[in-house]
Each structure stands twice: as C-alpha cells, then as structure tokens.
Design a binder for this molecule. Structure first.
Ligand code: ADP
Ligand code: MG
Length: 231
C-alpha cells in the first residue's frame, strides 16, 4: 500500500509539471502562428506560399499533441469515485452516437447481465473509452468496401473483474501495427497524434487494470479493458 501511495504522489507531480510545460510551449507556438500569418502575403509575392502552409500545418500538429497531452495529465490527482459500469457506458455512447451516425456507423450498447460497480477517475476512464470508440469509427471510415460500420460496446463480469469491450468491423490491423499500437506517438493516420492508446494504457494501469486487443485485417478489432470491481 505504501508503495502505491508513493507512486501516485510522484505521478501527480509529474502530471502537474507536464501540464505547466505544455502551457509554456503553447504560448510561443501561438505567437509563431500569428507572425507566420502576417508574413504570408510576403511569401506569396516570393512564390513561396507553400512554406507558410507547411509551417502552419506543423504548428497545428504540435498544438494537437500538446492538447492531447494536457488532457491526459490534467487531473493531476485522480478523482476516484464509485460508478456503475452501465451508467458510465451509457453516457459515453450517448456522447458519440450522433458523431457515429454522421460517419455512417452504428453503435450498439449491449445490456449488462448484472450491475457492476467500479472505483475509478470517471473523467479519465471516459477519455479511454471515447478514444477507443473514435479509433473504431476511424477504422471503419478507412475500410475500403464500406458497408454498414458497426461498433459493439458492453461489459461482463469475470471473477473479481469487469471486462469492458469495444469492438468494430473496421479495417483491422496487421501484426506490425498490433505490436506497436501502445507506443507513444505511434500512428498510422495522417492527422493522428499516436497518444490515445499510450495514455489509455497508463490510465488503466494506474487503476490496477490492463488493456488487451485482438484484431484481424479487413475484419475488425476488439479492445478489452479489465478493471478490478469494487466489493
Ligand atoms: P491515433 O488514433 O492518434 O493514431 P492511438 O494511440 O489512438 O493514436 O492509436 C494508435 C494506432 O493504433 C492508430 O493509428 C491505428 O493504426 C491503430 N488502431 C487503434 N485502434 C484501432 C482500431 N479500432 N482499428 C484499427 N486500428 C486501430
Ligand atoms: Mg486515437
């Protein structure tokens, strides 16, 4: 118990430090962005407008990375509370349903066999499941033969644990991607940050759980989050 307390403490410190560094980097980036935009007409006269475009796109990419990083380190002290798994999943599915419909996919929330209570930082856990649902939508959008995209969300009890699953019939992953998907900054997307799953992995481990994944190319992917149940 002592070691866990110590670990949480240094994690919280690291979170605070990261958040303030990220803020400090954001300010100069905003200044650079503004001045490049002022220079744009001059670059255009020189026939070098594409330089401005590249600089702006790269600044936006850096901002995206910081944004995702800030989101992950913000609640520097985890706000742990007990919540029924069904309520948590309902809320998240509600949040993503319209986005999914617009992208031509359907989200099914399976009714739970029994109620289960977990003690988690609700904000952090929502972030994890949301990122997995967004990844699922993106995998469906990237699949070539685009019939009806489907995302299945649910949970079941397994001994003293709950297994929350998110599966999709999207483009799936090859062995090489499966090997690296939890690495920070690993992404196969043009506008991806590659931070979603590495941050999720850390959050779930902080909660004493783990994430597993199985996937088949062109068939789909299934993520399973295992978490200890509250007694
Ligand atoms: P990002 O979404 O910014 O790329 P993530 O850490 O969320 O970063 O995901 C890392 C990579 O894992 C993705 O770029 C993608 O290649 C792969 N991936 C994650 N989820 C899925 C999924 N449901 N189906 C197919 N590939 C996935
Ligand atoms: Mg992602």
């Amino acid at each position: 118990i002592e070691q866990t307390a110590y670990q949480n403490d240094s994690l919280a410190m690291l979170g605070k430090l990261s958040a303030s560094i990220a803020h400090e980097i954001r300010n100069p980036l905003t200044a650079i962005r503004g001045f490049i935009q002022l220079l744009r007409p001059h670059l255009q006269q020189l026939g070098k407008e594409e330089y401005a475009k590249i600089i702006l796109a790269e600044i936006d990419r850096a901002n995206d990375i910081i944004h995702e990083f800030l989101n992950s380190s913000k609640p520097s002290v985890p706000q742990v509370g007990a919540i029924p798994v069904s309520a948590l999943l309902k809320e998240i599915v509600l949040l993503t349903e319209s986005e999914a419909l617009m992208k031509g996919c359907q989200i099914n929330l399976h009714p739970l066999q029994s109620e289960m209570i977990i003690s988690v930082d609700v904000k952090q856990l929502k972030q994890v499941v949301l990122n997995m649902i967004r990844n699922a939508m993106e995998a469906i959008a990237e699949k070539a033969d685009n019939d009806m995209g489907k995302i299945e969300v649910g949970a079941r009890r397994e001994g003293a644990e709950v297994r929350i699953y998110i599966s999709d019939n999207g483009k799936g992953m090859d062995a090489c991607t499966l090997d690296r998907l939890f690495n920070p900054f690993f992404t196969t997307k043009e506008n991806g940050t590659g931070l979603g799953l590495s941050v999720s992995d850390r959050i779930i481990k902080d909660h004493g759980g783990c994430i597993s994944v199985s996937s088949r190319i062109n068939e789909g992917t299934r993520f399973v989050i295992s978490l200890p149940l509250t007694h």
